[in-house]
Ligand binder design. Sequence first.
Ligand code: ARG
Length: 460
Amino acid sequence: MSQIRGRFLRAASKGTIGYTASIPFDWRLYPYDIAGSIAHAKMLSKQGIISDKEAKIITRGLTAIREEIERDKFKFKSEFEDIHMNIEARLIEKVGKVGGKLHTARSRNDQVALDMRLFAGASLLQTGKAIKNLQQALLGLAKTNKNAVLPGYTHLQPAQPILLAHHLLAYFEMFQRDLARFDDCSKRTMVLPSGSGALAGVGYDIDREFLAKELGFSQISQNSIDAVSDRDFILEYEFAASICMMHLSRLAEEIILWSSAGFDFVELDEAYATGSSIMPQKKNPDVAELARGKTGRVYGHLMALLTTMKALSLAYNRDMQEDKEGFFDTVDSLLSTIEIFIGMVSTLHVKADNMRRALEKGYTLATDLADYLVKKGEAFRSAHSIVGKLVNYAATEGKSLSELSLTEYKNFSPLFTKDVYSITVETSLAARNTIGGTAPERVKQALARAKKILSKPQGK
Ligand code: ARG
């Protein structure tokens, strides 16, 4: 078999073959293509469309081809365009004319849709597992540093004291939402397109329910035209991946900041840091920087496919072949980033003393001081302004709040008494005892809740 040239008398030019071939990248669909074909052959024989013997020959041939590919013995050829044709051509070469019966009642249009859905389904499973492992790593870091306190920031300015565990659990929540998005995407991914043919359905008595069962699909597509034209499931994965990368990138940014000399809140394990080729003193957070960098290209793949799809008339158009490289790269970028983060996060060394020192410098108890005045009868707005002036005074004097004398306090409000000194980081934390707040009691509950969530199987 050579290229499919049904109506043509002449071969396609070398340039055309090279330009249109997808085999350089879609070869990695082979396990799904072969699984789909084996199920298809089985179904055809069950329906009496081909004989049992023919199905067996085809299945044996396909299994042998899978081994060839796995052992690097398979020659992928651009003149066969894509993975579907490469495998079919080799099958016919191996088992003869009977191999040509495999393509009965199907088209490459429903075949590629099937392969991509199977690939996406497998990627979704891997993604879910990886995210859970990352959540586990975050939880581990939170637990080993249960008592670490640091300034929480807004506008990257020190704001209020928070527990490090509370901060880390914020990421746990983000990844929990990511999981839910991937889970939801999986419902629309596991819809069997096979049996849609080129676009109109097929003229054979096939059994789509059987195929769905064989291949692990929970639903069957209800419109053949849509089934061969639909790439929403890829877009959805890419969208969920974009948000997940955005979360990873924010975590990356904090690791970069926190490991910088200015902050010095954490130290990367040497296994996850890199050196400089010229400056011997450097210990660089390249892993985190690359994660931040890769986020851009994952967003790019989403925009690229949305743009590719936006003006396509129904049904299949070759433009859709452009879905693959971006999708594969999205999955690879996301999974490799999560994997390396699991290691980087679980080996991160927290410098709790430095975090604590930063609290003092940042006047992070100013809100508590305002709350103190409010509890003594001052209106919040006035209390806010009094403490604002007080902080300004302390800063000019080069003093922390705890270093101010009671006389100095009283110069700003007569409501200040000795008990102002009982305001500490600990009382500040404990006061924020609202649901979802940073009070140690709440965070303890949140850690237990997170642990419980992780122990449940996905999607529950
Ligand atoms: N390589 C093609 C793709 O990735 C497979 C489907 C080809 N179908 C066709 N009618 N040319 O989309």
